[in-house]
Design a protein around this ligand. Structure first.
Ligand SMILES: Cc1cc2nc3c(=O)[nH]c(=O)nc-3n(C[C@H](O)[C@H](O)[C@H](O)COP(=O)(O)OP(=O)(O)OC[C@H]3O[C@@H](n4cnc5c(N)ncnc54)[C@H](O)[C@@H]3O)c2cc1C
Length: 436
């Protein structure tokens, strides 16, 4: 069975296709959108993502990382914009070689598609929207159908039609849990001298308790900003209806960003508001069909891990294919079993990180704890690695990261931040944190 079908040519679909092609498979990729490489009009706003270790490892496995590398902008830490206008830079790691990277979703998508086609084993069928999957067939909007036979992967994102079909075959269908918060993307254009208008090698955060604004750099010297806030309530998307409300709100909350925003406040009303949710699915497969990426486990974006986890899925899946020597039902079973606890762990950590980003980063207690964590990391680098670092700069399974993160917080709580008792710290670490 050397022909494979994948639905969805977003981020994980083409990467999986490339990895399968390298193993000798031919792949048909069906994508609802038109080919973005043929768009003659300006592609519009640039939307970017944070790419880190897990995603990079999967891209390296497929040999496309070298093409992506020139499009990355390193972000060495968080630049906190306090309410009083002060700036505070918080590095992501004590190790200078540990940072995350801003990358354009559009560029990444195009590079992956071209690399897929260059294998000569992958055929991308654009303008193919899957509308329904049944036991017998896969139906597209165009009227075309293909039999629901052979191996089919669903890389069709958070709204996956294939997940709906799998749900219909199981007693425990997936659950979508809304966060109650939404997001809106805005822009800072390049400056008059064609330079970045704010510091370029940072992820900027304006933490404001219940809501926050963030900004990531683009290679054309612009920034993409994202406002995250509750859907409803006193300070919420629902409360910002009039132009004057929006201007007052930004003037009060984000006074340094406000004058830099492009086409503002029109952009606020023109750009869509996106809802945020976590998808919890127990069952990611049938006999011949399997979900990867957001289709299986969409998470909220606050750990910058949705894409990274989706790419890592491809790695894990390839390992399962090798381990199970091409017995597909066993491959799917073992991939689902290995990956589900990790998907649940990153889902939890992503929700927790929203509170860290929008609130804790501005609090002195958080800064103290972070200081202790970094000191312990420096002294015991093979046992105590801060949670953010384990998630972003290692391949330690997310579920293990989650468990160790809880233990590390307990250890920090038992130490005096002003006068760390290193003997006690060492005893606690040796007792509770096995060597990595
Ligand atoms: C605001 C925001 C910020 C984010 N920031 C980050 C970040 O910094 N770092 C990070 O790692 N992750 C981030 N993510 C998450 C990341 O975008 C996703 O996890 C990632 O895109 C998942 O990849 P995927 O291939 O599974 O799905 P997608 O990239 O969504 O691709 C799905 C593809 O399937 C196609 N498709 C959908 N339905 C059909 C259909 N019916 N028929 C045919 N084709 C179909 C779509 O057109 C699309 O091309 C962010 C998400 C959001 C919303």
């Amino acid at each position: 069975m050397h022909k494979i079908t994948i639905i969805g040519s977003g981020l994980s679909g083409p990467l999986l296709a490339i990895l399968l092609a390298e193993q000798g498979y031919t792949v048909d990729l069906f994508e609802k959108r038109s080919d973005p490489r043929k768009e003659t009009l300006s592609a519009g706003r640039s939307i970017n993502l944070a790419l880190s270790h897990r995603g990079i490892e999967a891209l390296k496995l497929s040999n496309v990382f070298n093409q992506i590398k020139p499009h990355l902008i390193p972000m060495n830490g968080r630049m906190i914009h306090h309410e009083n206008g002060e700036l505070d830079f918080q590095p992501y790691s004590i190790n200078p070689n540990e940072y995350i990277n801003s990358v354009s979703r559009g560029e990444l998508n195009k590079i992956l598609m071209t690399a897929a086609e260059n294998t000569n084993k992958i055929n991308i069928h654009f303008d193919h929207t899957l509308t329904e999957a049944t036991h017998a067939e896969i139906k597209f909007y165009s009227g075309r159908t293909i039999p629901n036979q052979g191996i089919i992967f669903g890389a069709d994102g958070a709204g996956s039609e294939l997940r709906k079909y799998i749900d219909s075959t199981t007693d425990s269908p997936s659950r979508t849990v809304p966060l109650g918060h939404a997001y809106k993307e805005l822009n800072i254009a390049p400056g008059d001298n064609d330079e970045f208008q704010i510091e370029s090698n940072s992820l900027h955060i304006w933490p404001r308790g219940e809501f926050m604004l963030i900004a990531l750099p683009n290679t054309n010297k612009s920034f993409t900003l994202t406002l995250f806030m509750p859907n409803e309530g006193e300070v919420s998307f629902a409360s910002l209806q009039k132009e004057s409300d929006v201007i007052d709100f930004f003037n009060t909350q984000f006074s340094d960003a406000m004058p830099l925003l492009e086409n503002f406040p029109q952009s606020f009303f023109e750009y869509p508001t996106g809802r945020l949710a976590t998808i919890y699915a127990d069952n990611w497969h049938t006999e011949n069909l399997c979900l990867i990426g957001d289709a299986a486990h969409a998470v909220v974006p606050f750990f910058g891990q949705g894409m990274n986890a989706s790419f890592e899925d491809c790695n894990i899946l390839m390992d399962c294919i090798k381990d199970e020597a091409g017995n597909w039902p066993k491959v799917f079973e073992s991939y689902n079993k290995i990956r589900k606890p990790d998907a649940d762990a990153i889902a939890n950590m992503a929700i927790e990180n929203y509170i860290e980003m929008r609130d804790s980063v501005a609090q002195s207690d958080y800064i103290q704890r972070k200081k202790i964590a970094n000191t312990l990391f420096e002294k015991f680098p093979h046992r105590f690695i801060p949670r953010y670092n384990m998630v972003s700069f290692t391949s330690i399974p997310y579920s293990k990261v989650y468990e160790r993160g809880i233990i590390q917080q307990e250890i920090i709580s038992e130490l005096d931040s002003n006068n760390i008792d290193f003997e006690k710290a060492e005893r606690l670490i040796l007792e509770r944190l096995p060597l990595l």
